[in-house]
Design a protein around this ligand. Structure first.
Ligand SMILES: Nc1ncnc2c1ncn2[C@@H]1O[C@H](COP(=O)(O)OP(=O)(O)O)[C@@H](O)[C@H]1O
Ligand SMILES: [Mg+2]
Length: 316
């Protein structure tokens, strides 16, 4: 086994079977003695329903080798904001005229907070559960998923700009110090990169973002789920196109609920099926693909899920 776990992400439109397939894969892996952690990143969790056990924001043992957790997004947004406010207070003590505490509620609901919380949760999981053989992520709706995958790269661009700006500020300060000498009134403010805690903080954030980006681009196995319908295919295409932009690669595809319409012999549906599979193989040419059958029994049994997991396991 490598020094860190294998990371699997199940992505796709809502309702295609992300939770079902990620839980099935986790069960099959655990049965084969892989220490497996499954994590729900979806604010509308349903792993606890699937495993019929209440879950929390820390791993809970489900069965031998199988652990599950559901990220508490709200709590994580709050605690990361609190940490950031503390950091701002320390770095910018001369800014205490601004009531940072009073801004808490506004910031909590500001755009970007959710994906930031997911990214921090992931960082925490990458750091703290290295003893696992496999970590499986059941992802939230596509919009949020794409935003959290993109966040490290976008933030890295910002950090570069901020570092350049900070360097400029420091060099201006340094010039002023030299020009004004004794008359310079802010002598205690740092004027070099090595003395400046803001610069250091930015560099350390940059390092964390680079590490996260590697976790997403180099260490991840992405599994796209589709159903035999137009909408999940359209969303699948959007996901793959967005992945390309962020240098994320797709590793395999599952067409779940395959055969959903097989009992219906209308010409129109047969035509749809034919076109659908043609379109899918054109768009996802060369991608490892499996089909999982539609089970009309209502709820999927443990045996059904284990069989799904076995099939997915074979091509991981
Ligand atoms: N192959 C299948 N056959 C029958 N029902 C399925 C199958 N896969 C998933 N389901 C059902 O479809 C619904 C949505 O699945 P779920 O895993 O919750 O999707 P997602 O997590 O992508 O929103 C659930 O009721 C689930 O039991
Ligand atoms: Mg789900």
């Amino acid at each position: 086994m490598s020094s860190h776990p294998k990371y699997l992400y199940f992505v796709g439109k809502g309702g295609v079977g992300k939770s079902t397939c990620s839980a099935s894969t986790a069960m099959a892996l655990a049965e084969k003695r892989n220490k497996t952690l499954i994590v729900s990143l979806d604010p509308a969790h349903n792993l606890s329903d699937i495993f019929e056990k209440p879950l929390e924001d820390k791993p809970k043992k489900i069965e031998e080798n199988l652990y599950a957790m559901e990220i508490n997004m709200e709590q994580r947004v709050e605690s990361s904001l609190r940490k950031n406010i503390e950091m701002m207070k320390n770095l910018y003590s001369y800014l205490n005229v601004i009531n940072l505490e009073g801004m808490f509620d506004t910031l909590r609901f500001s755009p970007g907070m959710e994906e930031y919380a997911v990214v921090l949760a992931l960082e925490d999981i990458f750091e703290n559960y290295k003893e696992m053989d496999v970590i499986i992520f059941d992802t939230p709706p596509t919009g949020l998923t794409l935003r959290f995958f993109a966040l490290p790269q976008i933030s890295l661009l910002w950090i570069e700009k901020l570092l350049a700006l900070r360097k400029k500020i420091l060099s201006r300060r340094d010039s002023l110090k030299h020009i004004l000498g004794e008359k310079y009134h802010d002598k205690e403010l740092p004027s070099t990169v090595k003395d400046d805690s803001v610069f250091k903080e930015l560099v350390s954030f940059q390092e964390r973002l680079k590490t996260l980006k590697n976790y997403f681009t180099e260490d991840a196995s992405m599994i796209l789920l589709l159903n035999p319908d137009k909408l999940s295919f359209a969303e699948g295409q959007r996901i793959v196109d967005a992945f390309k932009k962020f240098s994320l690669s797709l590793n395999m595809m599952i067409i779940n609920k395959s055969g959903l319409y097989n009992d219906n012999h209308s010409d129109k549906l047969s035509q749809f099926r034919e076109n659908y599979f043609e379109d899918v193989s054109k768009k996802f040419n060369g991608l490892k693909t499996i089909e999982l059958p539609f089970k009309s029994s209502g709820t999927l049994s443990r045996e059904d899920m284990m069989a799904f997991g076995e099939n997915i396991f074979k091509i991981l």
